[in-house]
Design a protein around this ligand. Sequence first.
Ligand code: ARG
Length: 273
Amino acid sequence: MKKRSWFAAMLVSVCMLILAACGGEEASTTNEGEDSGEKKELRVVTDAAYAPFEYMKGDKVVGFDVDFINAVAKEAGYDVKIEHVGWDPIFVEIESKRADLAISAITVNDERKESYDFSRNYFLSTNKILVPESSDIQSGEDLKGKTVAVQTSTTGQEATEALLGKNHKDIKKFENNNLAIQELLQGGADAVVADNTVVEEYVKNNPDQKLKVVEDSDSFEQEFYGLMFPKGSKLKTEFDEAINTVFDNGKYEEIYKEWFGSEPDLETLKAQQ
Ligand code: ARG
């Protein structure tokens, strides 16, 4: 009896060893599979309330930025999953490294560079003023004494504060830019300050709202968008290379034309880093 149970125990452990060996082999096969083709999926965060760069169409995020990041990620050898989290949360997600990168018409500036890494510039932008057609506002200076709606923590807020004063009572801050535009339409604000492409597209697509865009290159600087990464991310170099490739192989131009119906200023973009 004793001998038999010893034998049974031996048999069990031998079987377990064999199983373990098999399991090990299985695991290594999976790894090999990953190396030879399966792409890593990156978590990309955005604030999808900024048409035409990113906005919700049903439950899908669409826009220029979406097509652009898909093309660039493909070039860099990654799959991407784009998630609408809202503007302020983007910065939290990236700082805590819960997301791999953010694309959201994000202007690269020195203050943000202290906390995040950015890709090379991929889009040229500037703030402009959205007002009713009948408005007498003709410049940034004219915003003084008026109520201005902006999206919180954007360069639009910053530029408006530079004119009116930090935390000025006449600046109304909203969680997203669509809410700022709503405020203007309802008469709660005299103007919205936001990225030119966004306000220009809005006017073009909503002729019945009777709005116009005011440009003022003295009050509003030239800006550039970049992809935003957690500090030290190794993705930066890979994505910079991939952006250069889509600049050179015609893909950027193709996507740009699809969304804006015009040629991009690739020379200015390429001259930037
Ligand atoms: N370019 C501006 C900035 O970086 C506004 C961007 C807002 N983007 C958005 N998806 N809401 O501050």
